[in-house]
Design a protein around this ligand. Structure first.
Ligand code: KIV
Ligand code: ZN
Length: 516
């Protein structure tokens, strides 16, 4: 039997963004959306429009530039959310409103404080209103896995009657296990009389590390849409990872009832872009996109691979975008060559200003490092800032003195809201001294939750990509900085995090906020 089409619904820009610190600017979202479109993702969930003015703007921006993927906007089952979602996608070539309400006894009682019948009424009203605004409406039963089966059947049947075209059963808290979750999807499709009028979808969180397995089990039982994110980014332990789902379906086509239209060669690019924008590094042993995913280091394996690739490799690195020909650009490469290499990596600049910044950063790097690889270009993208009004703190220069047996001393020249400021401090280490010097002026009072350094390429002249996660009064932000000098990268990351604290607006969380 011919394999059916699996709809790949990417929610990196919405659920992925709900990871603490993964907040993205409008420009970041547009850049990621363009790579997803190039990858031929079917549906891109661009955000939660009611969350803030910035979120609304970002969804609108994505909806107006992306032409080939459907743009989806999330809304709780309320009139104000749905109208706002409708407004956010009005310029999309193809749009979708995704509305949801919790259906488990624990969520209905303690979060919604609603009786089950009221929940059904709200769901039906929400879907009807959304259908008045757009033809394509998705309805989700939040905490579906812990909901009562009979109740799920009732609410889903009513939502389909009201016009829902996709029905999503989220494993919101990552509680499901494959056999049980797959069987539940199969039973719902079998028992709901109008189930043939909608596509059934999965949305699995990874709290038990089972998100991909659960999603595939649902597909084996009739689901034809999978919600997933690049690098598995998402709330808590994350969502099902797009790259793992897609490559499982492609690599095990013999076992899969479905096929996807995804162009896998853009996967690594998308992964690196999302990682450098959000400051969530990819673990080296992560399937498909981890640095070790295709490195056959143990001698015996290498020997086997060299004699016959398939001895140890089930996929080809280049099929997912790992480059075999790594050296790409040098000091004398011109703007056109740089731009075209970025485009080959799926990075399309939103404006001439962005290209300019990227080119200046490239030239700076080429002065320090004579071989520039794709990974270097991808890392440069992370700290492009177009809206300079949102850049209160900027690094001008840094000097750090460090000697065994003495406390390191850092001295930095900064621009703070356009004014030159010099700061200095001693610290327990060079990084500590750098951060203390910045804080001596910023006095943010923020706590450093995470400091991580990643070498972008091989060799000691590699760019170091630093992530600094700060927390202030319950708000968490990530700042990212890249430089061949990891102290400079650290200072940039800290300053970027301070800028994020200053300028990222407070926003509503779709699931935790009280519905009014
Ligand atoms: O995990 C979840 O239940 C969600 C819904 C909003 C779809 O993200
Ligand atoms: Zn979710």
């Amino acid at each position: 039997m011919a394999a059916e089409q699996l709809v790949i619904f990417d929610t990196t820009l919405r659920d992925g963004e709900q990871s603490p610190g993964a907040s993205m600017t409008k420009e970041d979202k547009v850049r990621i959306a363009k790579v997803l479109e190039k990858m031929r993702v079917d549906v891109i969930e661009a955000g939660f429009a009611i969350a803030s003015e910035g979120d609304l703007d970002a969804i609108k921006a994505v909806a107006s530039v992306v032409k080939d993927s459907r743009i989806c906007s999330l809304a709780r089952a309320t009139e104000v959310d749905i109208k706002r979602a409708g407004n956010s996608i009005k310029d999309a070539n193809a749009g979708r409103i995704h509305t949801f309400i919790a259906t488990s006894p624990i969520h209905m009682q303690y979060k919604l404080m609603m009786q089950p019948d009221e929940v059904i009424e709200n769901a039906v009203a929400a879907v009807k209103l959304a259908r008045n605004l757009v033809d394509d409406v998705e309805f989700s039963t939040e905490d579906g896995t812990r909901s009562e089966f009979e109740f799920l059947c009732r609410i889903i049947e009513a939502a389909i009657d009201a016009g829902a075209t996709t029905i999503n059963i989220p494993d919101t808290v990552g509680y499901g296990v494959p056999d049980e979750y797959g069987a539940m999807i199969g039973r719902l499709i079998e028992n709901i009389p109008n189930s043939d009028k909608a596509i059934f979808s999965t949305h699995c969180h990874n709290d038990l590390g089972l998100a991909v397995a659960n999603s595939l089990a649902a597909v084996n039982n009739g689901a034809r849409q999978v919600e997933c994110t690049i690098n598995g980014l998402g709330e808590r332990a994350g969502n099902a990872s797009l790259e793992e789902i897609v490559m499982a379906v492609k690599t095990r086509a013999d076992e899969s009832p479905v096929t996807t239209q995804i162009e896998a060669k853009h996967i690594v690019s998308a992964s690196k872009l999302v990682s450098s924008i959000t400051g969530f590094p990819v673990q080296p042993n992560k399937a498909i996109v981890g640095a070790n995913a295709f490195a056959h280091e143990a001698g015996i394996h290498q020997d086997g691979v060299l004699k016959h690739r398939e001895t140890y490799e089930i996929m080809r690195a280049q099929d997912v975008g790992w480059n075999t020909n790594k050296l790409v650009l040098g000091k004398h490469s011109g703007r056109a060559a740089v731009r075209s290499r970025f485009e080959e990596l799926g990075i399309i600049f939103n404006s001439a200003e962005e290209l300019n910044q990227a080119f200046v950063k490239f030239k700076d790097l080429a002065d320090k490092k004579h071989e520039i690889f794709d990974e270097d270009l991808q890392a440069l993208i992370g700290d492009i800032v177009v809206d300079t009004d949102k850049q209160r703190y900027e690094l001008v220069s840094l000097a750090v003195g460090s000697k065994t047996g003495t406390s390191p001393h850092a001295r930095l020249d900064l621009k703070v809201a356009g004014e030159a400021v010099t700061v200095e401090a001693d610290g327990d280490g060079a990084v500590d001294a750098t951060f203390k010097a910045i804080e001596s002026h910023a006095q943010s009072g923020a706590t450093v939750l995470l400091y991580s350094v990643n070498a972008v390429t091989e060799g000691t002249d590699s760019l170091g990509e630093v992530t600094v996660r700060l927390e202030l009064a319950g708000r968490i932000v990530n700042g990212v900085g890249a430089d061949t000098d990891i102290l400079v990268a650290s200072a940039k990351a800290y300053l970027n995090a301070l800028n994020m604290l200053e300028f990222s607006a407070d926003k509503l969380h779709p699931q935790y906020e009280k519905v009014s």
